[in-house]
Design a protein around this ligand. Sequence first.
Ligand code: CUA
Length: 180
Amino acid sequence: MKIDLYEKVWMIGTAGMLTVFFGVIAYEAVAMGRMPPSHIETIDPKTVMTDPRFAPQGVRVANDGSVHVHTVGLTFTWLPGEITLPAGLPVTFHITSIDVTHGYQIVRTNAQSMVIPGYVSQFTTTFDPGDYLVVCNEYCGVGHHTMFAKMKVVPAEQWQGPGGATAAPAGATTEAGHDH
Ligand code: CUA
């Protein structure tokens, strides 16, 4: 079979590129342990509501002053339905589902994650003050469009966590009250 020179060049070039791409992905996954963020931590969907990671749901301040949000998704709501967070400080979200796959999306930010039963999705981000809407962006059933929550972000110095806990600025280097 005779293959035209240019055709041969394109075939070899394409095969070479695919080999390189596959090699990079395989190397990152195996040697560097790089995985989709939603698949790092597992949980039994049946025991989420009693698991200390999600009972109770809501905002927590860790011993180091870092702020965490623990949210459970279920058809067709996010628990809790309303949270208040400090502006300008890193907030880490831990989200799981007790039934089907949902999508946690904080509207008008780049914060979003798939939420898959059996896994704990996690991401860390910061916010400007304001009122935000959280929606579900993964079709999950007849009530999908009604699945939302509210998020309020207030200046860090006005914010208090559960039991009056205050958040520590990351690395304690930034002055409270700086804004973007
Ligand atoms: Cu939950 Cu769509």
